[in-house]
Design a protein around this ligand. Structure first.
Ligand code: G6P
Length: 496
């Protein structure tokens, strides 16, 4: 392991809430780092390894004050957060204010001024670190809702930089976004970027509408014209910028994220993974149909809705536990946030009831696993699953849907996919459902269970084409090409 020297600067800098590594304690008591699985990591790892870049992020635990280091070819620049910052910035403002607000208030967002103040402070710390490690004229790519003020802060301190921002979660309609007491500061922070990426066309549209409503700036399609030196507008809401004054052009458009598809294809071919898939089927008692759900334990995922649908099918004798079983992996997430604690209680109560009411000694209705698993085990589960259930009530993209499809090189399996997940824009050959319509979910499950092999293969072939052609390498290339082409440091005149 090499240590990047102090004061080293880079021409490509990724800024994300989390570093792509977890701290691990070895058997001998020493501590080290291990690459952590997850959507964003999977998305950027190949690119970071190929480029001379650095990744700025939080190591995921309190008060980890470590110098920059290199791990598996990626230079890491850790940002330390103390207990209170984790509570106010991460659990509070990011995950108890912005997360529910941006997911259509499925849970009630909480607004606390202290949380906002800490969000500003922590965003400033990330922006300062990015300013410190970026070469002159470097490209900085900021990620996600935890860091929406970073682009604006960086543009002020380092106007030489090319700044991209990608929002991995939905961007809500203005009627919802406008609840946020700090709505202008957030929009103004984002507008510091040259390119602002969203998952869906609808998200980008919601953003440009918020820009028009809050600032009155001109927008056309994916272009937004931001008056230069107009930062006072951010706090006063003054819309009186002068027509014909110098403007910066900002691009706001959809770049639907994807997965490292080939790594799933490769794992699916691995004989030990295939053997594990077979073993999983056997351990479940070789049922006719294995259904699978894989989610972070989050209220946006619609886990309760899919349990309700399955429970009703069992109650109505449409399916039996001898023939159909559901494996639900619910990985622990944000466990100190009250809405997540409440969700866990609700889900576990429901699972217990369904298992108690419909299970038999030899057959459990739902195998519920409140654990995270390595990618090999996930791929084995995907291979074992006849029906994949993605019933999100709102989801930026949902990479699980794409992982399932990439894995099924055998063209087996049926994907049931919520139309409220970004993935449904692309994966039209899935069985698309409205998860609020429980009868519709039940019908889709029955259709999936009874689907003729030929239809399964036809659908899966079409789905795989989409995912394999649009993988994460293409996603990052398209985003970075747009960023490279965007007019950056210099103000442009009113060009339209
Ligand atoms: C979503 C967000 C990511 C986040 C991940 C896990 O995918 O878009 O920014 O990292 O959830 O959540 P966590 O709070 O554990 O980082």
């Amino acid at each position: 392991m090499t240590t990047p020297s102090a004061g080293e600067t880079y021409d490509f800098v990724v800024v994300a809430n989390r570093l792509p590594v977890d701290s691990v304690t070895q058997p001998d008591g020493s501590t080290g780092w291990r690459m952590s699985p997850g959507g964003l990591v999977a998305a950027l790892e190949p690119l970071m390894k190929a480029s001379d870049g650095a990744w700025i992020g939080w190591p995921g635990a309190p008060d980890v004050e470590v110098e920059p280091f290199e791990h598996e070819g990626i230079r890491m620049v850790p940002i330390a957060l103390n207990e209170q910052e984790i509570e106010f910035y991460y659990e509070g403002f990011s995950n108890d204010t912005l997360w529910p607000l941006y997911h259509d208030v499925i849970a009630q967002p909480t607004y606390h001024r202290e949380w906002w103040e800490t969000y500003v402070d922590v965003n400033r710390r990330f922006a300062d670190a990015a300013a410190r490690v970026s070469d002159h004229g470097a490209t900085v790519w900021v990620h996600d809702y935890q860091l929406q003020l970073v682009p604006g802060m960086l543009r002020e301190s380092r106007p030489d930089l090319t700044i991209g921002f990608f929002n991995h979660i939905p961007f809500p309609a203005y009627g919802i976004f406008s609840q946020l007491p700090w709505r202008q500061q957030i929009i103004s922070g984002l507008l510091g970027a040259d390119v602002i990426g969203f998952q869906r066309v609808a998200d980008a549209g919601n953003f440009t509408r918020a820009v028009r409503r809050l600032f009155g700036y001109e927008t056309k399609g994916s272009r937004v014209w931001v008056p230069v030196g107009d930062s006072s507008d951010a706090t006063t809401g003054d819309r009186s910028h002068v027509r014909g004054a110098p403007v910066r052009r900002v691009i706001a458009r959809a770049f639907p994220i994807s997965i490292d598809a080939t790594s799933y294809v490769e794992l699916a071919k691995d004989p030990s993974v295939q053997a594990r898939a077979k073993q999983i089927r056997e351990e479940l008692g070789n049922p006719k149909t294995i259904m699978l759900g894989v989610d972070r334990l989050d209220y946006t995922k619609g886990i309760g809705h899919r349990l309700k649908a399955f429970g009703e099918l069992l109650a109505e004798d449409k399916v039996s536990v001898e023939d159909v079983t559901l494996v639900q992996v619910a990985s622990p997430s944000r466990e100190r946030v009250a809405s997540y604690m409440q969700l866990r209680d609700e889900i576990e109560l429901t699972v217990g009831r369904i298992n108690g009411d419909y299970g038999s000694i030899g057959h459990t209705a739902i195998s519920y696993l409140h654990q995270g698993y390595p990618r090999e085990e996930m791929v084995a589960l995907y291979l074992a699953a006849d029906v994949m259930l993605v019933t999100a009530l709102r989801d930026g993209m949902n990479l699980v849907a794409k992982e399932y499809v990439a894995t099924r090189a055998d063209l087996g399996g049926v994907l049931i996919l919520s139309e409220f997940a970004g993935a449904s824009d692309d994966l039209r050959q899935a069985l698309l459902i409205n998860p609020h319509d429980i009868e519709g979910v039940k019908d889709a499950i029955m259709q999936a269970i009874g689907m003729p092999e030929s239809e399964k293969r036809r659908r899966m072939r079409a789905l795989r084409k989409r995912v394999l052609e649009n993988d994460v390498v293409k996603w990052s290339r398209v985003f970075l090409e747009e960023l490279a082409g965007a007019t950056t440091a210099h103000p442009v005149s009113h060009e339209h």
